[in-house]
Design a protein around this ligand. Structure first.
Ligand code: T5A
Length: 207
């Protein structure tokens, strides 16, 4: 049984992923397609517990190797309990971050080798990759400004400094260059309605 699509949203903090994920679900719903909206790390009760471990700032550092394993542990649970069953039922899944985030943050940001990440990706999801990934790209300063303006509690990643996010951004852009057309780069520094219009154009091609 098929017909579902697996769409992921990526980008640095404050790029607008959650905002655009909700927009995409509404846009699809208006065209008769009900999509499941989920996120990583997390998406199920158990995977959200792993999210808490990896995002909560605490006194004990998390080594980068542990961080990458935790991301994939959460992903394995998420895939088994939510993503794979939904796709098997022919549903559309919109996921706020997936393995490209691990490649950008743990790879580009932390320096974990691409070989290790590729190996873990192969073990955890084999050849299941998103049908389409929207990379919301914007300058680091603007993303951090938007994220911090929300005044939510700062998580472990948001405590990082700009050079970390610059490496993450560049890693994302390199991935997009290598993996076009799956990864579509959208300039997210523009006003929301312009970004939404472009995302709608991408969704149209998937219908
Ligand atoms: N992580 C995750 C890894 O390191 N490895 C992994 O494998 C995975 C899966 C998760 C953290 O975990 C890391 C990456 C992250 O650091 P998260 O909460 O999922 O954390 O991600 P964040 O990036 O922290 O989420 P944010 O909520 O900060 O960013 P969003 O979702 O990109 O931004 P959003 O939609 O909340 O928008 C931010 C603000 O900007 C406004 C919105 O209204 C909102 O106020 N906005 C705009 N304003 C002007 N113009 C636009 N075009 C706008 N779009 C949105």
């Amino acid at each position: 049984m098929s017909g579902g699509r697996f769409i992921t949203l990526e980008g640095i903090e404050g790029a607008g992923k959650s905002t655009i994920a909700r927009f995409a679900r509404e846009w699809l719903s208006a065209r008769g397609v009900q999509a499941l909206l989920t996120r990583e790390p997390g998406g199920t009760a158990l995977a959200e517990r792993v999210r808490d471990i990896v995002l909560e700032p605490g006194p004990e550092p998390i080594p980068s190797e542990a961080e990458v394993l935790l991301m994939f542990a959460a992903r394995a649970i998420h895939l088994a309990s939510l993503i794979r069953p939904a796709l098997a039922r022919g549903e559309w899944v919109i996921c706020d971050r997936f393995t490209d985030a691990t490649r950008a943050y743990q790879g580009g940001g932390r320096g974990i080798t691409g070989a290790l990440i590729d190996h873990l990706a192969e073990v955890v999801h084999g050849d299941l990759w998103p049908d389409c990934t929207v990379l919301l790209d914007l300058p680091v300063q603007e993303g951090l400004r938007r994220a911090r303006a929300r005044a939510a509690a700062v998580d472990r990643f948001e405590q990082e400094r700009e050079p970390f996010f610059e490496r993450v951004r560049q890693a994302y852009l390199q991935l997009a260059e290598r993996e076009a057309p799956r990864i579509r780069v959208i300039d997210a520094s523009r006003p929301l309605d312009a970004v939404q219009r472009e995302v709608a154009g991408v969704l149209e091609t998937l219908l």
